[in-house]
Ligand binder design. Structure first.
Ligand code: NAG
Ligand code: NAG
Length: 358
């Protein structure tokens, strides 16, 4: 009888099961769901950021600007500020069209920068350049820039992102931005509503830096998630001081100021591209996540592309958001160009979750 055998016999059955079944299963579970476990425990190791001071937002199409400004405690100006809308572009062609059409009446100059590198350092086609003929309507007001990627392997994606934002600051100066011009800083899919920008360009004494609370949607306007989007912001430009950024830059938040539609793509291939390209690409833990059939199913169910738990700061919120996002059947308060071209943008409206292949 070997020594091992004797040791094994000495252990009782329960211990054996624990050693050879429970522990390996536990390790496998942590391997497969480690990210979920850490997200679930997030309320224990991270406390929520300081809440914003939320400004009530008043609007009705029949209320004159003077009254609207006064309702916010601001005066009305003799003439509106100039408005600069600057974005870093990846591959959101449809969202860019809807954004630029929404803001068209009020934007003085559109600024768009694109790189031949994703934030994660993968080579990327110049999608704007390829589709430029769809954007003839802004040509006379467009400052377009291209920046070469640095293609550093294994670098934190946020470094490439910061590098591209610095280039965007230079492009803004080339576009002729001046002190007190209004500058919109937001991702392409974070769309301020037109009346919000009109209000901010007409009223004096608005905050120097104002974050915008946007309605959060996923995949389309069928899946309304929450009102927690705040990264978009509007600045009264200050030379030498204003820097293009996408993090929190002040404590004031204007309520109900537009829409944020994440992963609102027309083609399944756009989803795959974005999943690989964006700064959280570590979330693609298994290659089957990129399977087109799986992606289509996930979209139609309102499930999570990365099979993750909601990123929240309290257990109550995490549990409240577990499972798929409920369908919304309201298409009442949405960007104008979307509703006026509903056939072309059907995939963004309730009841049309099937995407074109290709
Ligand atoms: C990216 O663009 C830069 C500058 O235009 C160019 O030198 C470089 O070859 C390009 N790289 C790729 C992979 O396209
Ligand atoms: C989001 O904001 C809108 C407008 O203020 C409101 O009608 C809606 O109930 C809010 N939804 C949630 C989930 O907070």
């Amino acid at each position: 009888m070997s020594r091992v055998g004797r040791v094994l016999r000495a252990l009782d059955l329960k211990t054996c099961i624990f050693l050879f079944v429970a522990i390996p299963l536990g390790i496998l579970g942590i391997y497969l769901h480690g990210q979920k476990i850490t997200y679930f425990l997030r309320p224990l190791w991270e406390s929520p950021p300081k809440p914003f001071h939320q400004i009530p937002h008043y609007y009705h199409e029949n209320v004159p600007m003077e009254n609207l400004c006064r309702l916010h405690g601001w005066g009305v100006r003799e003439s509106p500020r100039r408005v600069f809308d600057a974005v870093l572009f990846n591959n959101e062609v449809d969202m860019l069209t809807i954004r630029w059409k929404e803001l068209y009446p009020y934007v003085t100059e559109y600024i768009l920068l694109e790189s031949n590198s994703t934030f994660t350092g993968l080579p990327k086609p110049l999608f704007f350049s390829i589709n430029r003929d769809q954007f003839k309507f802004v040509e006379s007001r467009l400052t377009y820039g291209v920046i070469g990627g640095r293609f550093k392997k294994g670098e934190n994606p946020f470094i490439e992102e910061a590098y591209q934002r610095v280039a965007l600051d230079q492009l803004l100066r080339i576009a002729g931005i001046e002190d007190d011009d209004l500058l919109i800083m937001s991702d392409v899919d974070e769309i301020p509503s037109a009346h919000t920008i009109n209000l901010l360009r007409w009223c004096d004494d608005i905050p120097q830096v104002l974050h915008l609370q946007l309605r959060n949607y996923l995949y389309s306007f069928e899946f309304f998630l929450d009102n927690e989007s705040w990264r978009g912001s509007v600045h009264r430009y200050q030379t030498g001081k204003t820097r293009y950024a996408h993090y929190r830059q002040s404590d004031v938040l204007l309520s109900d100021a537009g829409w944020h539609c994440s992963f609102c793509f027309r083609h399944i291939s756009d989803f795959i591209f974005k999943m690989k390209a964006y700064s959280h690409n570590d979330r693609v833990r298994f290659t089957h996540f990129l399977n087109p059939n799986r992606i289509q199913d996930v979209i139609c169910k309102g499930d999570d592309l990365f099979d993750m738990l909601p990123e929240e700061y309290t257990f109550k919120e995490i549990i409240g958001k577990l499972g798929p996002i409920p369908h919304s059947y309201s298409a009442v308060y949405l960007p104008e160009f979307l509703l006026n071209n509903a056939e072309k943008y059907k995939f963004l409206l309730p009841g049309n979750c099937r995407r074109e292949s290709g």
